[in-house]
Design a protein around this ligand. Sequence first.
Ligand code: 6CS
Ligand code: FE
Length: 297
Amino acid sequence: MTTATVKDLYPTRGATEVTVPRQDPVVWGSPDTPGPIEAGDLQAFERDGFLAVDQLIGPAEVEIYRQELDRLVADPAIRFDERSIVEPSSQEIRSVFEVHRISEVFAKLVHDERVVGRARQILGSDVYVHQSRINVKPGFGASGFYWHSDFETWHAEDGLPNMRTVSVSIALTENHDTNGGLMIMPGSHRTFLGCAGETPKDNYKKSLQMQDAGTPSDEALTELAGEYGIKLFTGKPGSATWFDCNCMHGSGDNITPFPRSNVFIVFNSVENTAVEPFAAPIRRPEFVGARDFTPVR
Ligand code: 6CS
Ligand code: FE
């Protein structure tokens, strides 16, 4: 299927900012789909666009993943790999993409029923990994991620046609209310905000450090925050936040001594595979927007 045959339901990156209502379900699976998420929690996900799970993985397991993150960050080969993104100021590693392919330890997490089972339940189908990354967010000044909708980027630059994609952020260190935790506007997933401004070529080289194309205007953010409010997610290592691909979210800088490291996995439905970018001159590299649609078994 090419983009030409796929209707662009969510126009973005044109001359002006444009808002359209969401035209896709939030929870695609039927309420009685078997899986780890209780019916009440699925309804809450539909309403809010997110679901916080206190302890998705246990403390002993988290330690394994945290040590794997430390190992990867200390490995010179990883540092010079194109899939590693460094902090603009300190040049410390900010993120490592495609971590489920680089590390067998993180690959195991992707196949864990507590993880992929929830994704299948929400998306109502088999799923594949569109993107995975570890975010180190070290202390003493690591920069945050400005407000954005992930789907806006994944539609514009990776060619995902519909909102049938869910992310999970699993804390590998404690997410305090001070060290740059994830913030989501609850309910914002029901409005698609098409951003103004064309996508520059090779945009990802800059956007993964500091996003520019695809960022909402102050007016739009003021309206959304006024309507939905802002929720900050905190939690112990092993806690997780599942959130819909179109939530307006962001995170602040981390100037504390306490790193806010997480592993971030994006599951896309096999019924929503990437076509050509809807609003970018070229595709992003496959380590950012996968083109291998093999379902996670
Ligand atoms: O561009 C992307 O795909 C990535 N950027 C951000 C800030 N969030 C989603 C995703 O990891
Ligand atoms: Fe994001």
